[in-house]
Design a protein around this ligand. Sequence first.
Ligand SMILES: Cc1ncc(COP(=O)(O)O)c(C=O)c1O
Length: 419
Amino acid sequence: MEGGSAAGHMTLDVARVKKDFPILDRDVAGNRLVYLDSAASSQKPRAVLDAMEHYYVTTHANVHRGVYTIAEEATQAYEGARSTVARFIGAPSPRGVVFTKNATEALNLVAHSYGRSVLPAGQAVLLSVTEHHANLVPWLMLREERGTELRFLDIDGAGRLILDDLERKLDGVGLVSLAAMSNVLGTLNPIAEIAAAAHAAGAVVAVDAAQSVPHAVTDVAALGCDFLAFSAHKMCGPTGIGVLWGREDLLEAMPAFLGGGEMIRDVRLDGWTPNEIPWKFEAGTPPIAEAIGLAAAVDYLADLGMEAVREHEVSLTTYALTTLGERHGDDLRVFGPPDPDDRGGVLSFTYRDIHPHDLSQVLDNAGVCIRAGHHCARPLMRRLGVPATSRASFYVYNDEADVDALSEGLAAATDLFSF
Ligand SMILES: Cc1ncc(COP(=O)(O)O)c(C=O)c1O
């Protein structure tokens, strides 16, 4: 899947990668599909689709209960997926890997269980103004319910977190919850540095890694975090499954989130005893096929090499920033850090005074899919002083021709709206 480059690094063979994604064979109104919305949800390679189909065709049964062959095979596959995920994020053991519905549910689990029961009353929670609603609303709910103080890191003009007064901001904070990468600005936040400062101040650190795990090497030990949340569907896997990794001692100290089957060891009419972690947090029949699809996605990405994935996105983002800037000049306002090394492959922009929704529709006529709106980060939109932005986001199957198609689409929008 990889080839050499002049610099001696392994690089992605994007032409080959594209062939792994059947959806890219379709056209939209006579144009090839140019998918530039992977930050919202990525496309799925054949390997993931096949793994899920194979499971349903050969193995499906409920997990953890049956003592017959296919039930045991299903359980092995489901628990095997947990081990695969643990290895991918550098987790010391699969016991810390909880399968959830998505990153949103994973963050709600932290806010609901840790936030309500373990976080000492009177301690504050530190967030940033750039957070996705998934890492904001659960904390706003906690504030409403318990009066928990919320503090926010602000950003500078380039969309980087302002950390000058971090020590002061951390005073009295019991939990820090931040995105590793902004889904709007693309900014890569210095999580390891912030986590070290947070720990020194006695706070635990939750990381919303929905935009980082799909795009770069993840190692929870190197990040120094205590919780890590992400979704399968943004990393070539299926919808319907996400992950909360947590430090085992913290997960053990936390009360169950949802109640029902699977998450109990015993139930009596006068009470119940929770299961061990991670099952304590997995009430009801879990997303079995989805876990198998997620494991296949992890294998697929690991095979490409996460260093190569990151390198490809830096190179494509560099190309996009340069060529779009040269061609469209001041008509284009790009948000976020100017240096591609400081950002992921997410490009939020405004173009002339064309509304992002209109722009998205014009681009759709050319088969180019981009996102328009507030990107579930309304406080950040207010902070940036815009109602909405357009957002193009890149992944392993995008190449320079896709960026060129975006550029052509912008030029076409200029023609259409110049009257
Ligand atoms: C930074 C960030 N956090 C959380 C989420 C929520 O992910 P999901 O909708 O899969 O729960 C997203 C999704 O766009 C995101 O970009």
